[in-house]
Design a protein around this ligand. Structure first.
Ligand SMILES: [Zn+2]
Length: 58
């Protein structure tokens, strides 16, 4: 038995994913990457550059 699952995954047509940077609203530095399928609510993160906390609204 050969393991073909990894090869198979590469051939599956995926919907086009658009990856974007979510920028810190205070210092405008790139905080995280999300794609166009992301749904986010009530998630907060602390910017590693300016150390301020902000809500991620996608
Ligand atoms: Zn920042």
């Amino acid at each position: 038995m050969m393991k073909t699952s990894e090869m198979h995954l590469c051939k599956v047509a995926k919907p086009p994913l658009e990856r974007k940077w979510y920028k810190c609203p205070y210092c405008q530095k790139a905080a995280l990457i999300y794609d166009n399928t992301a749904v986010c609510s009530g998630v907060f993160m602390k910017c590693k550059f300016c150390k301020r906390e902000f809500e991620i609204k996608i």
